[in-house]
Design a protein around this ligand. Structure first.
Ligand code: BTN
Length: 257
């Protein structure tokens, strides 16, 4: 069982997670926050579920997670500052905040993979899905969904990238309450940093990514690109050096070629 008291003691934020909704089961925590019928408006609301029956991943994939073992949650952002060009930086910032939190609690080394996966020993331990509700071309609410494999020890099925969990890598049970509070604490700090020192976010992200200069493939729906992972730009887009030119990549699945 998730100990709400322990989580509350460790939470040091002003906004993020102060409105905390704990659910035993839901289709998807992202869908829950995107659904206006649920009438949730408070900035920084966090919805946490022990079980998702239709957990979603990036590029229309299913997100599998064993009930009661992991962290599956979504954060509502209503601050319009993050809706424009800072959106991609936010994407990088979330993975950075979560990766740093995992390191702090497990003492493991983590890496980030563009755009927002977290790897331990080259296996995926967490994924992030940003989704928005729009009215015309205007974003009305932004939802950041985070799935972290914490104490799950077996993974069955087909995965786009080899999966792992924190427990599998450090051989110890991790207190989910402490990890969640740590992530939300770090995430709130990250939001302030994106506003005050955005360039430092991409610098920190670069330091946690070991793909620079490597030959990679980028899979985009029905297109496959190959080239060198040259850099990320100030907005967090990937710069791929192909044989012909440098291409700015907005989305896709990246892997070492
Ligand atoms: C990915 O790596 O493809 C992203 C996975 C995101 C999964 C999380 S779990 C909580 C939230 N609710 C969802 O349905 N998806 C995200």
């Amino acid at each position: 069982m998730f100990n709400l008291n322990l989580f509350d003691i460790k939470l040091e934020t002003n906004t993020i997670g102060r409105n905390f909704i704990y659910l035993d089961e839901i289709d998807s925590t992202n869908s829950f926050l995107l659904d206006k019928n649920n009438k949730i408006y408070e900035d920084g609301t966090v919805v946490f579920a022990e079980k998702q029956t239709r957990g979603r991943g990036r590029m229309n994939r299913i997100w599998y997670s064993e009930p009661g073992k992991n962290l599956n949650f979504s954060i509502l952002i209503t601050n319009k500052y993050f809706f424009g060009k800072n959106l991609n930086l936010l994407n990088l910032g979330v993975s950075l905040a979560a990766a740093n939190s995992i390191e702090r609690l497990s003492l493991l080394h983590t890496n980030v993979k563009w755009p927002n996966d977290i790897l331990i020993n080259n296996k995926k331990t967490a994924g992030i899905l940003l989704e928005a509700n729009s009215h015309g071309s205007k974003i009305e609410r932004l939802v950041i969904g985070i799935g972290i494999n914490v104490n799950q020890t077996s993974f069955k099925g087909d995965f786009n990238y080899p999966p792992t969990s924190i427990k599998l890598e450090c051989k110890e049970n991790i207190e989910r309450e402490k990890l969640l509070a740590e992530i939300l604490n770090n995430f709130e700090e990250m939001l302030l940093k994106i506003i005050s020192k955005p360039e430092s976010v991409s610098v920190d992200w670069r330091n946690k990514c070991d793909m620079f200069g490597k030959r990679i493939t980028v899979k985009q729906e029905n297109k496959l690109l190959t080239g060198i992972f040259e850099d990320i730009d100030d907005s967090g887009y990937l710069i791929l050096r192909t044989q012909k030119r440098k291409e700015k990549i907005h989305f896709g699945d990246v892997r070492i070629a």
